[in-house]
Every structure is written in C-alpha cells, then in structure tokens.
Ligand binder design. Structure first.
Ligand SMILES: *[C@@H]1O[C@H](CO)[C@@H](O)[C@H](O)[C@H]1NC(C)=O
Ligand SMILES: *[C@@H]1O[C@H](CO)[C@@H](O)[C@H](O)[C@H]1NC(C)=O
Ligand SMILES: *[C@@H]1O[C@H](CO)[C@@H](O)[C@H](O)[C@H]1NC(C)=O
Ligand SMILES: *[C@@H]1O[C@H](CO)[C@@H](O)[C@H](O)[C@H]1NC(C)=O
Length: 752
C-alpha cells in the first residue's frame, strides 16, 4: 500500500477551518463505526451495498478503502463511491465485489485501519435435472438416500418430501435427515416407506428453495432382511473445531434391525452439563455457547439387541483474540522513551503486529517491536501519530488504536511565575519553585541579583528546580531569578524576597474577674516588621467573634487589635484568644474571663410547718454567679399588704450554707406567700419563685374588740358587730369587722 495520504492530509487541513480552531486540540481519527460483514443474496444484487466507516478527528477524517489488501481507486469508478466514510457499491458483481474490505481513516495527525469486513454473496444453484434411479431394498434393511446438494454459498437447511408436497418426512428414531449432508437415513425400511422422495434445500440468507428430482424407493420381493447389529452411518468428524460462544451440533445415526438406540457420553466420563440438549431421538447433540470446558472427546453409542457400534470424535476449542491489555492516548516530551504493551487472549495464542499510521512497524534504529511490546527510545517529532496494536490468530484479527503526541516547546512560565514579592520570617524555611512547562525538561539556573547562587548546607537546589533556603536571614533578602533552558529556548521568572523580623505580642489579654454590667477592654498589641500586613481576630470559646454580638467591638490600629466588651454578661465568661496573622506567621494570646454577678434565684421554696405565728421554710440553692452566696433573706406577702416585705426569721441572719429558716411574728389566720432572696459580695439576686399560699393557724386575738355596736335583727336575736384587729410587727394595723347574731337567752357570745 503506497500511500498518497500525506498529500491528502494537506487537503484535510483546508476542510477543517473554524471547527478545528474552536475545539482547540487536534487529534487523530477515533472510530465511531467500523465496517461489518455483509452477506448479500445474489438475487438482490440490483440494490446497493453499504460498508460503513466513520471516525471522528480534528481535522475531520478522510477515508480510503482497500479490497483484498489493494487500495480501491474511486476516482474512475462509476459503481463505487464514498458517502462520508461509507463505501457504497451499486450494480453488484459476484466476482468483482466479493472479498475482504478494510477502511482507513486519516487526518493530519495520523491514520488508522479499521477491522476487516467480508462481503459475500449468498446463492443456491438448482439441482441437476436428471432422473434418479430407483433404490430397491428388502424390508428390514437400512437405506441412505443422497441429497446431492447443488453448489451454494450461505447456510443451508434440508428436508425431504415424501411422494408429494407438502408431505414431509417426519424424523423419528427410524428416520433422520442430516443437516450436514442433506441425506435421508432410514434405519430399518418398512413397507410404508415405499414411495418417491425429493430433497428440499433452503438457503437461510436468500430464503431460496430448490427441489431435487424424486428418488423412488421400492421393496425387493426376495425376502425380508434378518436382524443385524447397528451400523453408524452418520458420524461426526474426528476433530470438530468449535468457536468460543458458538452453537455446536454433533450428528450420529445408525442403521440396524431392530432400530438402534442412540446414546452419548463424554470420553472423560463427566456427565453433560444441563445446557447440552439431545434432539431427534438423540441423533443430534447440541451445545449452545461452547466454552473451553466443553472441549474433549465425545462418544456416540448405537445399540440394539444384536450388538453395538461406537463413534468417537473430539471437540477442539478455539477463540478469536480478545484484548486483555491495551494502551491509552499518550503525550510525551521529545527525547523521552515510549513503552507500550498490548495483550490479547485467544486460542491459538495470537501473534501481534504494530502499525503506525496504518503501516507495519519493524524494529529499527530507535524503534523496538516485540510481540505486544513497542519501545521507542528518545522520541522525536516524527514519531507522533496514530499507532495500532493488531492481535491475530487463525480465527480472527483485532485492532486497537492509540494516539502518540510528542511535545516540544521552549520553557514557559505562564501559570507558574514566581510571586513578585515574597515575604518570609527570619529563621524559617523559604522555598522558591521553578516549574516551567518545557519539552524536553529544561535545565535550571538560579541567580540572586546578577550572581549565580551557590548552594551550601543552608541553600539547596532540588532536581525539580526548587530552591530551598533554611534559617533565612535578612542577608538572604533580594531579587531571585530562575532561568530555564532547553534546546528550543530560554525563559525566566523573577521574584523579590523580603525577610521580616518575627512579630511579638507586646501586650496580650490577661485572666480577669469582672462584675456583670461592667465594660472592659482586652488588649492585644504587637510589635512587628513595618513591611508586614497584619490582621487581628478574636475567638471566644472557640468561635470567631463577628460583628453580630453588639457587646463586642474590635478597636485598635495597625499594631493593636483590642477587644472591647460592653456591659458584660454572665454568658461572656470563658476563653478569649487574640489571633494575629501576618503574611508570614500567626500568633495568639489567651485569657480566661470570669464574670461575677449577684446570685441567681433560689428554687423550690416550701413551707414545711405552720403555727399561728411561725412558718418553717426550706429552699434549694440557686447559682452563685461567680461569688459565693453570703446570706439569704425571706420576704412575705399577704392579701393585706402592698408588695413584698422582709420578715424576721430564726436564725436572724441566714448564712449562705443554710437552706431552711423559720419565719416568726406572723399573724394568725392569714394567708401568707413566701419567697427567698440570695445575696453575695456582688449584690442581692433575683427572688425565688413564690411558695404556695399558706394560712397560719387561728389564735386568741391579741387585743380587745373595739367599736362594738349592734342593732337590727329579729326580736329573739341580737346582732352585734365589732372590729377585731391584729398588729403584727411590720404590717399595717390589720382589722376586720365581725358581725354575729346571738340568741337573747344566752349571756355569753362566742364568735368565730
Ligand atoms: C478476494 O479474496 C477472496 C478470498 O481469497 C476471493 O474469493 C475473492 O474473489 C477476492 N476478491 C476479488 C475481487 O479479487
Ligand atoms: C413415483 O414416481 C413415478 C414416476 O414419476 C410414478 O410412476 C409413481 O406412481 C410414483 N409413486 C408414488 C407412490 O407416487
Ligand atoms: C527522527 O527520527 C527519524 C528516524 O528515527 C529520523 O529519520 C529523523 O531525522 C528524526 N527527526 C528529527 C527531527 O530528529
Ligand atoms: C538554624 O539556626 C539555628 C539557631 O540559630 C541553629 O541551631 C541551626 O543549626 C540552624 N540550622 C541550619 C540548617 O543552619
């Protein structure tokens, strides 16, 4: 195949235009559709045949076709033309068009060969029209009627007509039609078999049918055939090649009297797997989807009471190649080494070929080809292109395509420039990266100012071009330039290094105790190198303080980032961290704030015991809010008082550890409510919830009734009213008018 493809490539560039420029990356052809095998009935040769071929590529792919390995010249051909990559053939010709077709797709980036597709013509000629001589047999004898198949192409199937259409010979244990030869076998002839037999052949592709001349079967009159042992007439070959996944059928049929019985065995004694089917009274054994396990010896036994006859043969497994390892599209720098390996399984073991742009590669100079391995040492630009690994055995050939791109360019720092200004804290490690894109890899040279840098135990240069300075000092500050060079050119990038003094926190926050409601400032002040940008932030109990809490405000300037807390609340107690971030470092200082407040309210105030003037109370402790509770006060309220009043208790002073007290000097028969208030060094806290209302016991009034009056009432009744007063120590004078009626016969009134 001498190729005009390099010249055609120029044309494809013109085809490409805008599409190629837009989509950016050029690439070689990649298959979208490869041709597949075609079997065309001869009687439909008026129609066109289309062999498909389509590959995407940038620039767009061009195509050419070969038949039986010879390039088809389409220029002067009026029967064949291209449509896209498809080859369309009209006025088909059985002798000119049958064969193996292969498409090549190519563009400026390279060329690939498609799979091979065969174009075949299916046909079935007519039987020769001569009369067939009669076959005469004795009753009980076996007979074979030959079909004598005419020439054909394509799969055939056979049947026999008995006497006249549409009466077909029914297959049973006595009669069998071989689909291999078309012949009809009758194991033991009976009088009813006498008649005319016609072989019918059908082509499964053309669907065409042809009939033979009839053969007539007659019985000889000279007696009946006696019993005899089976004789196997239909016998599968000694070796049957069987493709992986195919349907395999073995035929076995015997003549004999009595009619023989057929059975099957595997030579290794292993029983047949369930997928194996027997048909036509065991004359056919069928293995769907043949696998390697099914390989081996098969035995057919034909038996009757006179004896047995055995046929044996072997099923031999084969498989066309199938990839188990392939390559990917690869981009390598010029001068690098290419190592590709492809592997396929298959039986027999496949052999390999490598193609570059459709041409076979052989070992020479920098190229080494060995089976599935392709090595190219020190790539050069001319190695770029489409490569194919081809694996082939007797039963098939497969292609795998890959593109090799060879990169060649001068160093380019785009996207990898040094930072124009790099700050580093004195004493730390500085790394300056020099990573240009360069094919082949560039050699690197660093300069500080105009002086090449000398490496030492502090300044090192790694193979990838990175410059590393440990324990950096002010003397290291300056302008650094990385020069990169390969055989295509030189490029450089420059950055300035500033070495800064370490930042210190000169005044940080300290642990403090604060009273609730106060305002404070937590200081955070630093001394730092003037070239540094500084940023302050605060964290409170692990959360960054933001502007949302109106109690907090960040105050300060370049070197101060104080935190002001206004009207501090109990929930502001905790851990405060001032964080100082500069371009080169991060520092922090921590303080714990304790916020003190008056105690929280005591809880569960209960009246344990009541008399006419005392009530015993108990309560539980509330929060001390940062300062121990020093004492408790009891307050009370009655329907007769305005607001809460402090009451006397025993003990008089209730210390912070006591949770019970007795209220004294209460009035009798009055409903009291109580509450408890705690006190600490900060102040008096919120009162507890109110106790349940409790009425004191009754008692003899402590003063004589006053304002006694009377009047009204019936004749036998006297209504007396008077005012009864109690004067507890703290309360206002507490009086009620009492009204009672007394019968006149009584001299003393007891009033309640
Ligand atoms: C191509 O090769 C096949 C197989 O060898 C042959 O049968 C066929 O005639 C050839 N086709 C042409 C057009 O030569
Ligand atoms: C068989 O064919 C012959 C000649 O065509 C004919 O004479 C004969 O009757 C046929 N036999 C039967 C059973 O149809
Ligand atoms: C690339 O290698 C081939 C052969 O290996 C050689 O003929 C060609 O001159 C080389 N091209 C360059 C640019 O070096
Ligand atoms: C860096 O400096 C420290 C203190 O000055 C010193 O102990 C250390 O050995 C130095 N390291 C190097 C690599 O020079």
């Amino acid at each position: 195949m001498t190729l005009p493809w390099k010249q055609l490539l120029l044309l494809s560039i013109i085809d490409c235009l805008a599409e190629c420029l837009d989509s950016g990356s050029f690439h070689g052809p990649r298959w979208r559709m490869e041709p597949s095998d075609l079997f065309i009935p001869v009687d439909s040769m008026e129609e066109e045949a289309t062999l498909t071929c389509d590959a995407k590529g940038i620039p767009p792919s061009q195509y050419r076709w070969s038949l039986n390995g010879t390039l088809i010249n389409l220029e002067l051909d009026h029967r064949r033309r291209l449509s896209g990559g498809n080859l369309i053939i009209r006025s088909l010709d059985r002798y000119q068009d049958g064969g193996r077709y292969q498409c090549t797709a190519y563009n400026t980036m390279g060329a690939v060969l498609s799979r091979r597709a065969s174009l075949q013509f299916a046909y079935l000629d007519h039987f020769k029209l001569h009369t067939r001589s009669a076959v005469s047999v004795r009753e009980g004898q076996g007979v074979v009627l030959l079909c004598g198949t005419p020439t054909s192409s394509g799969d055939l199937s056979y049947s026999w007509v008995f006497n006249e259409y549409p009466y077909f010979v029914q297959q049973d244990n006595r009669r069998f039609v071989s689909q291999e030869t078309g012949n009809l076998y009758i194991a033991k002839v009976e009088p009813s078999d006498v008649g005319n037999y016609t072989c019918v052949v059908m082509n499964s592709i053309t669907k065409g049918k042809v009939h033979s001349s009839p053969t007539s079967l007659v019985l000889r009159k000279d007696g009946v055939m006696g019993e005899y042992e089976p004789k196997i007439e239909v016998h599968f070959p000694d070796t049957v090649p069987a493709a992986k996944g195919s349907v395999v059928t073995l035929e076995c049929f015997a003549l004999g009297n009595p009619v023989p019985e057929i059975t099957w065995k595997r030579a290794n004694g292993v029983p047949f797997p369930s997928k194996v089917k027997m048909k036509y009274s065991n004359a056919v054994l069928e293995i769907p989807s043949f696998q390697q396990d099914d390989t081996g010896g098969y035995e057919c036994v034909a038996e009757n009471k006179m004896g047995k006859n055995i046929a044996t043969g072997r099923l031999a497994f084969h498989a066309k190649p199938q990839w188990i390892q392939t390559m990917r599209d690869t981009a390598l720098a010029i001068e690098e080494r290419l190592h590709w390996e492809c592997r396929a399984n298959g039986k027999p073991k496949p052999s390999y070929n490598w193609l570059k742009n459709g041409q076979v590669l052989i070992t020479e100079e920098r190229v080494y080809v060995d089976n599935g391995v392709l090595l190219i040492s020190s790539l050069n630009l001319s190695d770029a292109g489409m490569y194919q690994c081809v694996a082939e055995n007797k039963y098939g050939v497969i292609y795998f395509s890959t593109e090799l791109m060879v990169l060649a360019s001068s160093p380019d720092f785009t996207g990898n420039l040094l930072r124009a200004l790099l700050k580093a804290k004195a004493g730390t490690i500085v790394t300056l990266e020099c990573k240009p894109q360069a094919y082949p890899t560039a050699s690197i040279l660093w300069k500080k100012g105009n002086q090449p840098i000398h490496t030492n135990d502090r300044i090192t240069l790694s193979p990838d071009g990175t410059l590393r300075i440990t324990n950096v000092t002010k003397y290291d500050a300056g302008s650094y330039t990385c020069f990169a060079r390969n055989r295509f050119g030189t490029s450089s990038t420059t950055g300035r290094l500033l070495v800064t003094d370490p930042t210190r926190i000169t005044q940080g926050p300290v642990d403090m105790e604060i009273i609730v409601g106060e305002s404070i400032v937590l200081p955070c002040q630093i001394a730092c190198d003037p070239v540094l940008d500084v940023f302050f932030s605060w964290a409170f109990n692990g959360q960054l303080i933001t502007k949302t809490d109106r109690h907090f405000e960040l105050v300060g300037g370049r070197t101060a980032g104080d935190l002001m807390i206004r009207n501090i609340q109990l929930n502001h107690a905790g851990k405060y961290i001032c964080v100082v971030d500069t371009d080169v470092e991060s520092l922090s200082a921590v303080a714990i704030l304790i916020v003190k407040g008056p105690p929280g309210p005591p809880d569960t105030v209960a009246v344990e015991e009541v008399t006419d003037s005392t009530a015993q109370l108990s309560w539980s402790r509330g929060r001390d809010n940062g300062s121990p509770i020093t004492s408790y006060l009891i307050q009370t309220r009655t329907p007769f008082t305005v607001g809460w009043q402090r009451v006397d208790t025993v003990p008089e002073v209730i210390d912070g550890n006591t949770l019970t007290a007795t209220v004294v000097d209460l009035n009798a028969w009055v409903e009291y409510e109580f509450r408890v208030v705690a006190k600490n060094s900060v102040g008096v806290g919120e009162p507890s919830p109110t106790s349940l209302q409790t009425r004191t016991e009754d008692a003899v009034p402590d003063a004589a009734p006053t304002d006694v009056g009377g009047g009204g009432g019936s004749r036998s009744e006297l209504v007396v009213t008077w005012e009864l007063c109690f004067t507890p120590s703290l309360f206002p004078r507490n009086c009620r008018t009492v009204r009672a009626s007394v019968t006149l016969s009584r001299s003393v009134a007891s009033v309640r």
